[in-house]
Design a protein around this ligand. Structure first.
Ligand code: SAH
Ligand code: SF4
Length: 368
């Protein structure tokens, strides 16, 4: 019996069309002797008319469409579950082309999130399948890391939320599953597409990247010309407390992280600290004093977020009184700090949880 090996190029996955910038599309057409405006036509079909196949791009010839389909893939995430209803936070669980699950959250009329005005329609987007950083309190890291998302898969979350909800997103936080700065190349490419006038046209000031503190990448971002916002997940104001809940702190301790933040701020860029309040772990007066001192040195705003319970984890949020005392101490130091006070619904819970529940359920033996 003879086996015929598949041609090599059939084994290499094709790049997703939504991972390309306009310049790259123009280069693709130039290589084929086609005019550059063909790239613009494709972008209009993708990001204005939102078609879901090359065949729908009817002002391109059949031959051009066939060549596009030969070189690029055109996929859409499948909506597996939606939690929430109109006018409230909605969580979407998506299945990617290779079967992996990711989740995104849509928050209409967000309550002044991350420095944005309160009438913003915010999407919280994932950048990886799983997460390698294993913060002890987080659902996304519980099941380890699977892979980086492609730029097109990052962009697709926004397109899919808009298609499913009929709403227009005008604020983005990269606070879904995964560590955005561990997938920096794909992240920056996705941001370019999201930000571009030919793409989703969302202003850089309405895009927030959140990181658990990858110091070298923070330095890299310092030199990026695009003016997006940066949020640092601090969650501990001393090495002792931070290392207890965030293993990344053993690689980049507070001094290293804060030095990278200082370099970032030296480029006339601003950053903010996120600090989840976990009862009995990071909510002492001493932590509040130390946090306020770090923030003062970097002129950083502080967002306090009461911890959202995660199934299977023992952490909980402090009492309302403790949360308010922590905030008061920060303000006594002159820090600009906010405390998220809205009532936590089930689905307000942080990203990663819906996927976790679904995976756990899928693993249960089916009893007939
Ligand atoms: N990996 C990045 C971005 C994704 S997590 C980061 O860590 O910053 C986005 C934010 O959600 C982080 O500040 C993270 O610490 C926080 N978070 C994770 N689990 C949470 C939970 N159960 N309750 C509240 N915030 C949580
Ligand atoms: Fe990863 Fe961020 Fe969760 Fe930490 S908090 S495990 S870095 S997603």
């Amino acid at each position: 019996m003879t086996t015929v090996a598949a041609p090599l190029d059939s084994l290499v996955p094709k790049p997703a069309i939504k991972s390309l910038t306009l310049d790259e599309l123009a280069r693709h057409f130039a290589d084929q002797g086609e005019p550059a405006y063909r790239a613009k036509q494709v972008a209009v079909w993708l990001y204005r008319k939102r078609v879901d196949s090359f065949d729908a791009m009817t002002d391109l010839s059949a031959a051009i469409r066939a060549r596009l389909a030969e070189e690029f893939s055109f996929v859409r995430p499948e909506v597996v579950r939606v939690l929430g209803s109109k006018d409230t936070t909605r969580k979407y669980l998506f299945r990617l082309a290779d079967g992996n699950l990711i989740e995104s959250v849509f928050i209409p009329a967000s309550p002044a999130l991350y420095g944005a005005a309160s009438d913003r329609r915010t999407a919280c987007v994932s950048t990886q399948v799983g997460c390698a950083y294993g913060c002890k309190f987080c659902a996304s890291g519980l099941d380890g890391f699977t892979r980086n998302l492609e730029p097109g898969e990052i962009v697709d979350q926004l397109l899919a939320i808009e298609a499913a909800s009929g709403e227009t997103i005008d604020n983005i936080v990269f606070m879904g599953m995964g560590e955005p700065l561990a997938n920096l190349t794909n992240l920056l490419r996705a941001i370019r597409i999201i930000n571009a006038p030919w793409g989703l046209e969302i202003g850089a000031r309405h895009i927030t990247i959140s990181t658990s503190g990858l110091a070298p990448q923070i330095r890299q971002l310092a030199t990026e010309p695009t003016q997006f916002r940066l949020a640092i997940s601090l969650h501990g104001a001393t090495d002792e407390v931070r290392s207890q809940i965030m293993p990344v702190n053993r690689k980049y301790n507070l001094a290293t992280l804060l030095a990278a933040c200082a370099d970032y701020v030296a480029q006339k860029k601003r950053l903010m600290f996120e600090y989840i309040l976990i009862a009995g772990v990071n909510d002492t007066d001493e932590q509040a004093h130390a946090l306020a001192r770090h923030a003062a040195r970097l002129s950083a705003k502080i967002n306090l977020i009461p911890y959202n319970m995660v199934e299977g984890l023992a952490w909980s949020r402090p009492s309302r009184n403790r949360q308010e005392s922590f905030l008061r101490i920060l303000r006594e130091h002159g820090a600009v700090a906010t405390l998220r006070r809205e009532k936590g619904h089930d689905i307000d819970a942080a990203c990663g949880q819906l996927r976790l529940q679904t995976k756990l359920r899928e693993r249960q033996p089916v009893i007939l």
